[in-house]
Design a protein around this ligand. Sequence first.
Ligand SMILES: C[S@@+](CC[C@H](N)C(=O)[O-])C[C@H]1O[C@@H](n2cnc3c(N)ncnc32)[C@H](O)[C@@H]1O
Length: 254
Amino acid sequence: MPPSLHHPRPSLPSTTGLRYPRTVPAAHPALQRLADDYAAWWIDLLGEHNHVGGIETTRWLLQRSGLGPGRRMLDAGAFVGATARLAAEQTGCIAIATDINPDFLAAGRDLPGGSAVRWVAADNRRLPFRDAAFDSIWALDTEIAYHEFNRVAAPGATLCLCCEAPSDSRGGLDAFIEDWERAGWQLAAHRPLSAEAAHTWRVAEAELVRRRPYFEERYGTRTYLRQLDAVAYLVQAYERGEQGHALFVFRRAR
Ligand SMILES: C[S@@+](CC[C@H](N)C(=O)[O-])C[C@H]1O[C@@H](n2cnc3c(N)ncnc32)[C@H](O)[C@@H]1O
């Protein structure tokens, strides 16, 4: 995922009295407040399951994650912790959601299922957990912190990723997988997602253009244009095959 999706946004004043109503179903008030404050296309257009494929890809990973009652799950870079909340509800696991931005975690706590999750503000690159603390580590379209994920994974843990992955045939994908294998992980499942990602960016671009008056009023002209530019860059990069996306489940040796 590009930096435009990763970096926490500075807080912006809420926009009131909009002339152009949303044409998408109303979000939960806690998520709506966040979308108003942050003025970011990825909150407005991707919603609470804020990664390529949305809840469908979360479920695909969940089925392969080995999570169950009492297992400890880390949703790293969780945004509002939609993955952690779903995992806790569906598997009975002990779910911990972290994000670098405490506003996102506070909104997640107020969303349905939020009380079943523990919320901890933290940078993925400096996780405040002991070694081998987790049975399953999740990083969906967020910063992948190779050393910290290795450190906090217990023997036999799974690592569930939705992330940028080379989509060409020049060995980049193999190199990505081999980096994890060298650290003692075995690939358990892989699903290419480049076509879905390209579609997601195209839809986002089309929505930003189609509803320009709404988004321009909501974000301000300069921010609107910057965001449109970022999405257009993504569309181009994915259409040219310069960037790709995939789901991975790795399992660590016991
Ligand atoms: C595109 S969202 C994905 C959120 C979530 N994983 C999901 O699938 O719904 C990226 C999130 O990663 C968080 N993030 C980016 N860099 C981070 C870092 N170094 N440590 C922790 N969180 C980070 C952002 O604040 C944002 O909430």
